[in-house]
Every structure is written in C-alpha cells, then in structure tokens.
Design a protein around this ligand. Structure first.
Ligand code: ATP
Ligand code: MG
Length: 283
C-alpha cells in the first residue's frame, strides 16, 4: 500500500462524482470504476461532521446495460423481468415507474455500494424524456453521505452518458494503448464540452492509461502523447496483467484476488491520488 496521507471530509462538503468514460469499447473503463471504487473504500477519512475516522464511503453507479460493474463486485445482474430495482427504474422517463436512487442501492462483500444495471437500460439510451439528462444529477444530490460516487459509462455517448456527464464533478478518461486511443480521447473531450449547458465548466479532469504493456515503441509513444497533451490530468498507468481478467472472472476486485500483482498496486496508487484531490489532505 502506498503511504496514505491524513484525509479529512470537511463539514457540508458534497460527494465527488467521478464519471469513468471513453468513447471506445474495451479500454478498461469498468475495470477502473470497480477497482478505483474498491481501493477508495480501503482508505480512512476523518469525518468532521461525525467526528470520527472511518473508511471512505463509495457508491458505484452502473450506467452500462451490460452490467459489468454490477457483476464485477459480485452482484447478479437481474435479467429483464426480475423485480430487482436497478438504474432502469431510477432513470425511467415515466414518472410512475421511477424510483429514488437510494432505493436501488445494494451493499457488496467489498464495502462498495452499487446501484446496479440491467439490459433494459439500453432502451433508455435512446431517450430519457423531458429533463432526463438532469435526472441522475438530481438523484445523486440526495445522497450526501458518500465521499465518492463513481459512475461507469458505456462507450457510446448517447443519453445515458450525457446523464452521467451532467451529474459528474470530474471526468476520468480511461485510455487504452491501441492505435486510435489519442483520437478517442479528443473525441471524448469534445463530447464532454457538449454537456456544458447542463454542467457548466465540466471537463476531463483525469486521464489514466489502462491495460498498459511497457516496452513497445508504440505504447511508449501513446504514453508520451498523453503526458504531453494532459500533463496535469495524467494519473499514470495500470499495468497489463492476466490477473485482471482472472479477478474479473472471479467477480472480485484485483487486490482481493491477488494483492501483490502490479495492477493492484497501480490502482492503489491512483486511489490515493484521487482521495487526496477529492478530500482535504494533510501531508
Ligand atoms: N490492466 C489490465 N490487464 C489485463 N487486462 C485488462 C486490464 N484492464 C482491462 N483488461 C481487460 O480488458 C477487457 C476490457 O476491460 P473493461 O471491461 O474494463 O473495458 P470497458 O472499457 O469497460 O469495456 P466496455 O466498453 O465494453 O464497457 C476485460 O476483459 C478486462 O479484463
Ligand atoms: Mg465497461
């Protein structure tokens, strides 16, 4: 574990809402949302309101109909027709079918709370109805007890992603190391600017290289391009290791599955930096 600073949650400070996004599939968004959420809950914070030190409280909102963030923390993704309430109910355009976000949240074995997804959420990506893009933001504002709320986005930037970006305080771009990654990052940047009407000043605040295999000239040049274009936002990289895929198959965070692997250490380092930026940090 990297050295952790003393973290303080100031009185009346709102949660930090982090949308994990990229306009490209399979780059490690969900892996990042799951593991960042888990690593944050392993850090301690002094809560000024409660006058005690406690683990950081995290809610992970699954905004992808695939439900990989939901299953990644050991919850079952309810098949359509199953009565378990999910984000589908929270975001539904028809008011009588809607449910408060707080009512769909489930605890997990790993300390992270999850607002689950289901396949039917896909329907809503075409249209959330009047006021729909602000619906998630308003719901998130009813949950002040969390320190961080992490939102896992799908790769297509339609209604669901717009709702996520409208609710976000920060946008964390997960960047893979394929040939068109830098272009995808620029495209996400433009899309984030487009939600400025709903969420003034929103921008990409963090850039993380995921699934990174050092050594090749191509990946080094992507890393250099990202470091140069996003020097303040660059969070470093997550090493590629088969352990990540194995942990996913076991529906566990990486550092539960194998605490000694490089990617576990990488996500721990990223979580410390995010916690330091989102809370008050003393040395
Ligand atoms: N650091 C890593 N090392 C090895 N494999 C990784 C790493 N990060 C992600 N992967 C693998 O890459 C695949 C895609 O990851 P993930 O599901 O997190 O991407 P995604 O961006 O959420 O995809 P989608 O766009 O479909 O939602 C998964 O099989 C995952 O296990
Ligand atoms: Mg995903």
């Amino acid at each position: 574990m990297p050295k952790t600073p003393k973290l303080v949650r100031a009185l009346n400070s709102p949660p930090v809402v982090i949308a994990v996004a990229m306009r490209k599939g399979g780059v490690g968004k969900t892996t990042t949302a799951v593991n960042l959420s888990y690593e944050l809950t392993r850090l301690q914070v002094f809560d000024e309101a409660e006058q005690e030190t406690r683990p950081i409280r995290v809610l992970l909102i699954d905004m992808d109909p695939q439900g990989n963030a939901t299953s990644g923390l050991g919850l079952e993704v309810p098949p359509d027709g199953d009565p378990t309430p999910t984000m589908f109910n929270v975001l539904h355009p028809e008011k009588h079918r809607r449910m408060p976000l707080n009512d769909v949240i489930q605890g997990t074995d790993f300390g992270v709370d999850v607002a689950p997804s289901r396949e039917a959420l896909d329907e809503l990506d075409k249209g959330l109805g009047p006021g729909g893009q602000m619906r998630l933001r308003r719901e998130v504002e009813t949950l002040p007890a969390y320190d961080f709320i992490v939102i896992d986005c799908r790769p297509t930037l339609n209604e669901l992603a717009s709702a996520a970006l409208s609710a976000a305080t920060w946008v964390l771009a997960a960047v893979g190391t394929g040939p068109d990654e830098v272009g995808a990052l620029a495209s996400l940047d433009a899309a984030v600017e487009n939600v400025d009407l709903n969420n003034p000043g929103i921008k990409i605040t963090h850039v993380l290289l995921t699934n990174y295999l050092g050594g090749s000239r191509a990946t080094k040049s992507i890393r250099r391009a990202v470091e140069e274009a996003w020097p303040k936002e660059y969070l470093g990289y997550i090493s590629r290791t088969i352990r990540v895929t194995e942990a996913k198959a076991h529906c566990q965070p990486i550092s539960v599955y194998d605490p000694t692997c490089t990617a576990a250490e990488d996500y721990q380092r990223v979580a410390v930096r995010i916690a330091e930026e989102g809370l008050i940090s003393h040395g």
